[in-house]
Design a protein around this ligand. Structure first.
Ligand SMILES: Cc1cc2nc3c(=O)[nH]c(=O)nc-3n(C[C@H](O)[C@H](O)[C@H](O)COP(=O)(O)OP(=O)(O)OC[C@H]3O[C@@H](n4cnc5c(N)ncnc54)[C@H](O)[C@@H]3O)c2cc1C
Length: 498
């Protein structure tokens, strides 16, 4: 079997064209701006936690890490911490990998809990697994892989916690599903008073719909009952289409061919061809399902992959080269089979920049396939004229989410996930805020919305237009948590005032 994955072929082909050499040759040198956040951002004697943005240093009163199974000992410890936090009027927030980027996992001057657990019990008859909140997807994939199963929906990287994935209601390449929450049958939630309740679509439905995409604001998720599917070998197909046509082509392909089980797209990010061309990648079940290899990632190729990816910074020539690799070399080299589990088994660190003066910031917008061409035009207007470096954009499909109150998919949508490299400077932050607001505005004008786990740059009116049930969410959260113990930066920034 050909073990080359999409990611690894980008890497391997990149090696052929000598990415490292181009990196040195192409990059412009721009003097650094004033640092942001400032070196000593907060006057605090306690612990300062940050998230994946590196831009959210936040003082917390307590930080505890729990690795126990969600049984009596852990429940007792959590109740005690909740009581302490409430009696001291402190916020309390649960988290896993803290890859959210705007303090969504951080309780200012409060109690921060990190879950790092390992309990996972599959039920092959039911096609589900019971998993503790803080188990990372890398372990879920490894455990399910051994018994021939695979997560039904998850993100496209494996570092995140399972409860966090539910709390942001993340999505990924599996199609034609809605977000992860649609594959969760039930969960156990510890409420503000320490009571543990089971929530599902039939039991405590109100709390289930608040918790899904609810950023931990109505309780601590203890464990979840999640659907799985058979792992299988998939065969990719590649099609280059115009960026403006991508929405209907992508949605049409998925609607007309139920054998497609994974799919995504990419757009050209070169300045002279910005978003003009798209690549659509679809995966179907291979006829040969014998001897599935264990789940792997890009392995040794990841270092080379990082080099060609990072060479794009400040270099249109490197961006052109990367797009050539992606659209021309990749389809020729990467047409072999790959297992479903290998496709999603990639750590974030694969593309880490290792540059202390810059940080990777994600954006994500959701628009209907029929209006995707208008989104392309908006991006063409807004992004190239900013100070930001867009290194990658991946396109996905998300079906309607009928469960969560803070839903971002009130209809089937194309999700556009953008990775920017931002200078960690005052000017970089100000420019990013300006550009984000401009992109959100244009997206709202075409009936779309944006994703909440990233930087909190949206204005208050933009947040409320994007999440039309935000006031209802805040009212229901207050009813569930009258003392407002479950708080984080997302609550403080937008919902405390609702
Ligand atoms: C490189 C990168 C790639 C990404 N790719 C995707 C993608 O493909 N698709 C997608 O949809 N998203 C994607 N994301 C966003 C990602 O899914 C979210 O940021 C997710 O929350 C990260 O998981 P985490 O464990 O780091 O969460 P954390 O940042 O630790 O927590 C996120 C939220 O969940 C809450 N939470 C965590 N645990 C609990 C609990 N036990 N009980 C109650 N609340 C809890 C936290 O309070 C917080 O509000 C990506 C992010 C990055 C940085």
């Amino acid at each position: 079997m050909n073990k080359i994955t999409r990611r690894s072929l980008l890497a391997g082909a990149g090696a052929v064209v000598g990415a490292g050499a181009y990196r040195a040759w192409d990059q412009q040198t721009i003097p650094a701006g004033l640092p942001f956040p400032a070196t000593d951002p907060v006057q605090a004697t306690g612990t300062i936690l940050n998230d994946a943005s590196l831009l959210s240093p936040t003082p917390v009163a307590r930080h505890l890490t729990f690795s126990e199974a969600p049984e009596t000992k852990l429940l007792t410890a959590l109740r005690s911490e909740l009581t302490d936090a409430q009696s001291a009027s402190r916020a309390f927030s649960a988290s896993a990998a803290r890859h959210s980027m705007g303090g969504q996992s951080l309780p200012r001057e409060g109690t921060a809990v990190t879950f790092e657990q390992s309990t996972l019990t599959p039920d092959t008859q039911a096609g589900t697994y019971r998993v503790a909140a803080g188990v990372r997807w890398s372990q879920v994939i490894a455990d399910l892989d051994k018994i021939g199963f695979s997560p039904k929906v998850m993100q496209s990287n494996n570092d995140f916690g399972v409860a966090s994935t539910f709390a942001v209601n993340a999505h990924g390449w599996p199609v034609p599903h809605s977000a992860f929450g649609s594959t969760v049958r039930s969960l156990r939630l510890m409420r503000a008073d320490g009571e543990v309740i089971t929530c599902s679509r039939n039991e405590n439905e109100d709390q289930f719909s608040l918790a899904m995409g609810g950023y931990g604001l109505n309780g601590v998720i203890l464990d979840l009952d999640v659907e799985m599917v058979k792992n299988e070998r998939l065969m990719p197909t590649f099609e280059t289409v115009s960026g403006a046509d991508f929405g209907p082509k992508f949605a049409g392909a998925l609607a007309s061919d139920p054998s497609i089980s994974m799919a995504y797209g990419r757009l050209d990010v070169t300045i002279d061809g910005f978003f003009d061309e798209a690549l659509m990648i679809t995966y179907r079940t291979d006829e040969n399902q014998a001897d599935l290899p264990p789940a792997s990632g890009s392995g040794w190729m990841s270092k080379v992959s990082r080099d060609i990816f990072r060479a794009q910074l400040g270099s249109d020539r490197a961006k052109r080269r990367r797009w050539f690799v992606e659209t021309e070399v990749g389809p020729r080299l990467g047409s072999g089979g790959v297992t479903r589990n290998s496709l999603i088994n990639e750590p974030v660190v694969t593309l880490d920049d290792g540059d202390p003066t810059r940080t990777d910031i994600l954006h994500e917008y959701f628009v209907s396939p029929a209006r995707f061409h208008e989104f392309i035009a908006a991006c063409q207007d807004v992004i190239p004229s900013s100070f930001q470096e867009l290194l990658n954009i991946t396109l996905r499909y998300v079906a309607t989410d009928t469960d969560s109150v803070l839903t971002y998919a009130t209809e089937p949508r194309i999700a556009a996930v953008m990775l920017f490299s931002q200078e960690m400077s005052v000017r970089g932050e100000a420019d990013m805020a300006r550009m984000t607001q401009a992109l959100i505005e244009r997206t709202l004008e075409i009936g779309g919305t944006y994703y909440l786990p990233y930087r909190l740059h949206a204005t208050d009116p933009q947040f409320q237009r994007a999440y039309s049930r935000a006031a209802e969410f805040a009212a229901r959260k207050r009813a569930a948590d009258p003392g407002l113990v479950f708080r984080n930066a997302l609550w403080d920034r937008y919902m405390a005032k609702l």
